[in-house]
Design a protein around this ligand. Structure first.
Ligand code: HEM
Length: 179
């Protein structure tokens, strides 16, 4: 393989980061949207649930930075062909949007961390707010999480379209193996 040839797969560090982030983000979206709202503010478990959420969110942010470094420092496979130029454009836009939305989740989360003084809530020194929406980043966090969920559905749908309709085995590019 000449140095100019695009590899057939992503770099193994990129692959590991992709699947680890995928699992963590799905879990955070599921718990954040469907479990946390059902736990009453007075429940003694509520602050520790939020603490775990915030620390995993900070961990995802660190993974995101590592991922961006990997994107710009390793060789990537040639852009996938979805069969028409509009779909190819959408695919590129979706990939950029993922980074933008994840950055939005991180920044709005950290904004709440600072504005609501989350460490005081975790330790019980401050009460759990009746409604976090009094802090503006909470609005952005909620809206961005909905967009992220929709984007993930689109992304998974596209991966399945490639795998089972175009049958181009695109998923193998995001797995470990000889490049
Ligand atoms: C990729 C990272 C993250 C994801 C996917 C995520 C996901 C979510 C979701 C889905 C919700 C509920 C939104 C809704 O009501 O629709 C939520 C709420 C929240 N998140 Fe995150 N989050 C992330 C990072 C963070 C970080 C880094 C922090 C703080 C350091 C944080 C703090 C909070 C807080 C304070 C709430 C509000 C809890 C409440 O209303 O009781 N999140 N998050």
């Amino acid at each position: 393989m000449s140095k100019e040839t695009a590899p057939s797969r992503y770099h193994p560090v990129h692959v590991a980061l992709h699947w680890l982030m995928f699992l963590l983000v799905i879990m955070m979206l599921g718990v954040g949207k469907f479990v946390m709202p059902g736990v009453p503010v007075a429940d003694p478990q509520k602050p520790s649930m939020l603490q775990i959420h915030a620390y995993i969110g900070i961990f995802i942010t660190i993974l995101l930075v590592a991922r961006l470094i990997t994107v710009f420092t390793t060789k990537r496979p040639a852009p996938a062909d979805a069969g028409n130029s509009f779909l190819n454009f959408v695919a590129r836009a979706v990939h950029v949007l993922f980074y933008v939305l994840l950055l939005g989740m991180a920044l709005s989360g950290l904004g709440m961390f600072q504005q609501a003084n989350l460490p005081a809530i975790f330790s019980g020194a401050a009460p759990y707010p009746a409604d976090f929406s009094v802090y503006p980043p909470r609005i952005g966090h909620g809206l961005t999480s909905t967009l992220l969920l929709l984007l993930i559905l689109l992304h998974v749908g596209a991966a399945l379209y490639h795998q089972f309709i175009r049958k181009d085995n695109l998923l193998s590019r995001m797995w470990f193996g000889k490049r």
